[in-house]
Design a protein around this ligand. Structure first.
Ligand code: HEM
Length: 457
């Protein structure tokens, strides 16, 4: 059944009106729209977008649990993420479903295992320290661009195996241009509302494709370079080298086309999300002096990371970077008592679940202590990385990277606190980012370590 044949009257009520208007409010007024719908219709409501999608949005952990535990044959994530296809490619892990998704996920998971992250810790710290040492002292500036530069360089070095500074720069510049092309809300809207198929050069998608071509070329160049290095017998621990050596149960490796789509996914999904999460964490910290002071004390004592890890979890709760996940039903299903037809989409709302007052008393307060006690939230109440068979494969990578970057910030920089208004949430492609880039002011900056100073010179 086509999505637009679905009878809305059989689904939980939600905002009505022209579907283009609903889509515009959903995309441009994200959090306000979600909260207004929740206040009016309750935890579960239905929207119809002019892309033909009928989406049941659920701010209920019980529904998230059923969706994440449900059969991947019934609930397709790839079909739900189709908006990412023109850039990531049909072979991206985010776009695949069924056995092909499982095959590629199995090939990729070992490279992202928690233990492996330690091997990347030194690179992460060195990159963070070098970028932070360029921060201005005594003036307010947005931290998001620094965080993007740090996380992009970390992905290029640890995932792509790019080694020297010139090569990092050569890949970073076109990647930033590609991402910035989806930055403006109206441009984003025009992308979501127009077809990417047969895009003319001056159409919204035509422009994105033109910016994608140089990134594609560099990815293929890097695949060839790592393959050549491997055949020389050199040992490398970057993710690309591990993927080149990975084999499925039938002994097959990933093809170059599959590798391209997975690398584009890791490049874009891996760095922008983490940079935004870091910017939000600092945006929250400078507005919460008590938490900033306690986190800084812990980092400077250097004995534990428990409080800092709780700060990261609380920031990911209060300002989730990815506001929700989507699954398309392949057959009629009853989820938590709600009957849903084939073709409908179900979207557990990370944003709304994280703001439930019954799970998080005073949900608007930034209070890392929630994650220190015994009654920490359950898997389906704290879900910034999604869940089940599609849970983010970079979750350990991202949290480890955030810990290391924040340690560098709190060790070196004294940050001024502020009573400025909270930054508005701005949508950037599929993420929620701080509208002013997470502005902060450094009052004192300790010098970089000698090793880093010499790299930066
Ligand atoms: C704070 C940072 C991050 C956040 C908030 C985040 C969030 C998410 C979410 C919510 C999903 C699930 C999507 C769904 O269920 O449809 C996901 C999937 C994914 N993420 Fe992340 N992510 C982050 C960092 C990363 C990093 C660092 C990488 C890799 C280097 C990465 C790679 C992926 C991939 C490949 C998937 C697809 C998994 C699958 O479909 O099997 N992410 N991410």
């Amino acid at each position: 059944m086509a999505a637009d044949e679905i009878d809305l009257d059989t689904l939980p009520p939600g905002p009505r009106g022209p579907s283009a208007l609903v889509a515009a409010r959903f995309l441009l007024r994200g959090p306000h729209f979600l909260e207004a719908c929740r206040d009016r219709y309750g935890d579960v409501f239905t929207i119809r977008l002019n892309t033909g999608r009928t989406v049941v949005i659920a701010g209920d952990p019980a529904i998230a649990k059923e969706v994440f535990q449900g059969s991947p044959d019934d609930l397709h994530a790839g079909a739900g993420n189709v908006v990412l296809k023109p850039i990531l490619g049909a072979g991206s892990l985010l776009l695949l479903d069924g056995s092909e998704h499982l095959r590629q996920r199995r090939l990729m998971l070992p490279s992202f295992h928690g233990e492996r992250m330690r091997a990347y810790g030194e690179t992460m710290a060195e990159v963070a320290e070098r970028h932070i040492s360029r921060w201005p002292v005594g003036q307010s500036f947005p931290v998001h661009p620094t965080m993007q530069a740090i996380t992009l360089e970390i992905i290029l070095r640890t995932v792509f195996g790019v080694e020297d500074a010139a090569a990092v720069e050569r890949m970073a510049t076109p990647t930033k241009r590609l991402l910035n092309s989806t930055d403006q809300p109206l441009r984003l809207l025009s992308l979501q509302l127009t077809s990417s198929a047969n895009a003319r050069p001056r159409s919204p998608w035509g422009r994105v494709y033109a910016l994608m071509a140089p990134v594609d070329a560099l990815i293929h160049e890097q695949i060839a370079a790592r393959r050549a290095a491997l055949s020389d017998g050199a040992e490398h621990d970057d993710v690309l080298s591990l993927l080149l050596g990975a084999r499925d149960e039938d002994g097959n490796a990933l093809t170059d086309a599959e590798l391209r789509d997975e690398l584009m996914t890791l490049l874009l999904a891996g760095h922008e999300t983490t940079a935004t999460a870091l910017a939000w964490t600092l945006e929250r910290l400078v507005r919460t002096p008590r938490v900033l002071a306690r986190a800084q004390e812990e980092v400077q004592a250097g004995e534990s990371t428990d409080y800092l890890d709780a700060v990261i979890k609380e920031a990911l709760r209060l300002r989730p970077v990815v506001p929700g996940v989507v699954r398309k039903l392949q057959r009629p299903l009853t989820i938590n008592g709600i009957e849903l037809p084939a073709g409908a989409h179900i979207a557990p709302s990370i944003y709304l679940i994280h703001r439930r007052a019954d799970v998080y008393p005073e949900p608007d307060a930034f209070r890392p202590e929630r994650f220190l006690g015994e009654d920490a939230p359950s898997t389906y109440e704290w879900l910034p990385f999604g869940g089940g068979i599609r849970r983010c494969i970079g979750a350990s990578f991202a949290q480890y990277e955030m810990r290391i970057v924040l340690q560098e910030v709190l060790r070196r920089a004294r940050l001024a606190t502020t009573d400025a208004e909270d930054e508005r949430v701005k949508r950037r492609f599929v993420t929620y980012t701080p509208a002013r880039g997470g502005r902060a002011q450094v009052t004192e900056l300790a010098p970089a370590s000698a090793a880093v100073a010499s790299v930066a010179a």
